[in-house]
Design a protein around this ligand. Sequence first.
Ligand code: NAD
Length: 463
Amino acid sequence: MAINPPDNAVNPDTQELEDDVLDPSGRSAYAKLKFKPGAEYPKFTLNGKTCYNAASCFYLSRKQGLSSAKIDDTLLSYLDTCKREITMEIPLRKDDGTLMPIQAYRVQHNNARGPFKGGLRFHEDVNLAEIREMANIMTWKCALVDIPFGGAKGGAAVNPKKLSTHELRRLTKALVAHLGDNIGPHIDVPAPDVNTNPQIMAWIYDEFAKSHSDAPLAVVTGKPLELGGSQGRLEATGRGVAIVLREACKHLKVDIAKQRVAIQGFGNVGYFAASILRREYGSKIVGISNETGAIYNEKGIDVEDLYQYSLANRGDFSGYKGGKAIPRDELLTCDCDVLIPAALSNCVTREVAKHSNAKILVEAANGPTTGAGNEVLYKNNVFVIPSLLANAGGVVASYFEWVQNLQQFYWSREKVIEELEKRMVTAFWDVVNLSVEKKICTRQAAYHIALERVATAAILRGF
Ligand code: NAD
């Protein structure tokens, strides 16, 4: 049977991969490779040596004879498809009495290994394609760090900054009511994401608890400490980033204290990563950017001082004296040993990859590297810690919060950090060992491990 390449996919046999061809969800054409039942995928081969997502990982693994026989095309098609997609129209009663309809989504990708798990975001650009893509990624992330969850994601297409606190609370509670029994401690467990926070998680818990008495605290993670939240959760993603970089330095036999690090983004992930790398591992943070600009200091930036400065100036870096102001996007190609994109997707393009002199790239943001960028990094021998692994610390700590809620037994911050260390270190070496053994890029190794784990669970369950 002759099979055409998936719609819109770039055929790398005839065309060089373009990294800046973005679809409305912001993903590159490479990311559109999808499995369809019955498709004979080995006929559609990739030129590249690196993979971009779960689908392209499978192409490569199969081409290289690494894919296990148990994962056939039908199973792959199933694993690539979302199990349930809920589209809701939420009628929000505004403070002025008018009615505002808001589109909202919850996509549950796969639960072969445990309840669905994933963030809930409030942003006016939220759309089904983006939510689907991120639900898919969550499945592989949870499997890679070996926590008993599947993948999900949700969102409401609204700018929360345009809502009053009362409106935001009403919207959140209406969303929970619409979701009904589709969420729950053993069904689907949301968490904070873009523009959602511990307060919103507390409202989710409260609304859910009105109609569910079985361990309702465990319905959502990222709650305030005073209401079932976990010690160490806030810093967990940044700490995970620092841990995997420390392990990468061991692997590459370089001293972490001698690394000059540049970080794009100074929010939750970027700030904690910078702070922990500086304070606990002695790395020199030479560059930091945020939406407003970038600071470079070859002698090292005082991270806490810049943080206090930006807090006092509504996040604005301008006028900061502890380093040289550089154009914001130059941060990505500044002189450094380690680059940590911790803000945006698709920012490490082919051009950025060509001009960066970093030897290590830690993908703290979700999907910061385009397919073509990834090829250049591979060619240039840059050690990439893929986002699947690098930013998994947050969901690992969410898992600990869920466990504590179910047991009603709360851990110290030290215990959370110790357990986070174990998960992140194990996952890091799983990826590196496979990548070295099979001579594949680290991203392919990460997806490969995750795919095998989810496929095994699906088969054991009788798929
Ligand atoms: P955040 O909103 O706290 O911070 C984002 C930072 O990026 C801010 O400092 C903002 O000013 C900066 N920024 C925005 N546009 C920029 C630009 N063009 N150039 C430079 N900086 C820019 O968000 P966060 O929670 O730190 O998340 C950052 C990334 O990490 C996102 O991709 C997110 O999806 C991913 N992530 C976060 C978590 C988590 O637990 N917070 C977990 C997994 C993945």
